[in-house]
Design a protein. Structure first.
Length: 144
């Protein structure tokens, strides 16, 4: 939701965000500052909606996390960067965990495809806890 809110704010109030663009980008970019803000806002809205609905979950989380990590590193250390660091870590968690049971990615994928995408399929605890997959969450309850 953070990415979605900031993306819409950039699209709606682009002039208020121009001060956050590094001067080197403004100096060498052939694109004007307002267009850069609009492009950034559209990027954040599109991938935030994809992440919200669980479409290309890992890719969306990775791109948004890397994007925010870069922004955080350029702003320096302050209270805002600490918040942003927390959002970056949350994005990293989504990249590693993958889609959960409410994601469209999970609904349209077969169990075999999910197992193939499992980053932790060779982890030693997978044999000890067969009903829980670290990457794709608990297996659905079968009613018994």
């Amino acid at each position: 939701m953070v990415f979605l809110w900031f993306g819409f704010q950039q699209l709606k109030h682009a002039n208020e965000w121009i001060g956050f663009i590094p001067q080197i980008i403004l100096k060498y970019s052939p694109i004007n500052a307002t267009s850069i803000i609009h492009f950034n806002g559209a990027f954040e809205v599109v991938f935030a909606l994809a992440l919200f609905f669980g479409i290309c979950t890992r890719l969306s989380a990775l791109l948004l996390g890397l994007h925010l990590a870069h922004i955080t590193s350029t702003l320096g250390f302050n209270s805002i960067s600490v918040r942003d660091f927390g959002v970056v870590m949350g994005s990293l968690f989504v990249v590693l965990y993958g889609p959960d049971e409410l994601c469209i990615d999970r609904i349209i994928s077969s169990p075999e495809e999910l197992q193939e995408k499992n980053l932790f399929k060779d982890h030693p605890l997978q044999e000890q806890y067969p009903n829980h997959n670290v990457n794709i969450g608990p297996k659905p309850w079968n009613g018994t």
